[in-house]
Write a protein that binds this ligand. Structure first.
Ligand SMILES: Nc1ncnc2c1ncn2[C@@H]1O[C@H](COP(=O)(O)OP(=O)(O)OP(=O)(O)O)[C@@H](O)[C@H]1O
Length: 248
């Protein structure tokens, strides 16, 4: 479980996040969505301990995030970023195992075993891991990034637009796989996305934000059928379908 209590953040006097309290239940996936600049990444970064809120706190299970425990909690949290965030000078395999090596987790044999397990889970042939990130496709890089995030079997997984840079076919394929992975691993997952279809497909709950505030949190169906305000319906309608004839 992750809980944020009355967290807020301004940059140079401009509010990025109004006082916000939300609970992300254990074993559930929540998609955070909303227009550009509404505070999605700020909220995720505060949760990740990468941005310090002006006020309020973040609680991981029963532990409040502080400067003292942030590193320990980070080791129990998997991160996936839009571009994969991989080190360009290391092979994909070393990117995946680096944190375990540096923190002395496991033996070389157990790390090899974990690499095998995860490459099967994310469906990336192990041989591809000998490449550097630049020699992998965008989809492959995201699979490597997912392997790295899951390597230490984290309790929590935070993803910021993990599939944003991918073409629609690769993206759809990875959505299917991520959903299976999230369902299999039963972790607390928080995911930022711009795509409503993706938010609804991957999230047990969708959290819709606007101008630094949470407008509604619920299942995609609840947002569609019981919108908290007209903006929710407007946002759900805003994504164009490919056969739309109305050019307005
Ligand atoms: N480091 C920063 N310094 C100054 N302003 C910032 C900083 N980070 C974010 N902001 C501002 O805070 C607001 C919220 O930004 P945030 O990145 O959280 O939005 P977002 O919903 O993730 O946007 P996008 O979908 O475009 O990534 C924006 O007005 C942004 O310009």
């Amino acid at each position: 479980m992750i809980e944020v209590k009355q967290v807020e953040k301004s940059y140079d006097g401009a509010t990025a996040l109004e006082p916000t309290s939300i609970r992300f239940e254990a074993g559930t996936t929540t998609s955070i969505i909303g227009p550009s600049g509404c505070g999605k990444s700020t909220l995720l970064r505060i949760i990740a301990g990468l941005v310090t809120p002006d006020r309020g706190k973040v609680i991981y299970d029963r532990e409040t995030l502080t400067e003292k425990n942030v590193n320990a909690l980070r080791l129990r949290t998997g991160f996936v970023l839009q571009d994969g965030g991989l080190f360009p000078h290391l092979t994909a395999r070393r990117n995946v195992t680096l944190v375990a090596e540096v923190t002395g987790r496991g033996t070389e044999a157990s790390r090899e075993e974990r690499v095998r397990e995860l490459s099967a889970l994310v469906r990336l042939p192990e041989a591809r891991l000998a490449n550097h990130p630049r020699d992998l496709s965008g989809g492959e890089r995201q699979r490597v990034s997912m392997m790295r995030a899951l390597f230490l079997d984290p309790s929590w997984v935070l993803l910021d637009e993990p599939l944003g840079a991918l073409d629609p076919i690769t993206r759809r394929g990875l959505q299917t796989e991520l959903r299976t992975i999230f369902a299999t691993l039963n972790k607390t997952v928080i995911l930022v996305t711009h795509d409503m279809g993706e938010a609804a497909y991957l999230g047990d709950r969708v959290l819709l934000m606007r101008e630094g505030k949470v407008v509604q949190k619920g299942t995609a169906r609840e947002l569609a059928e019981q919108p908290a305000e007209p903006f929710v319906s407007e946002f759900l309608r805003a994504q164009r379908s490919p056969l739309e004839e109305d050019a307005a």
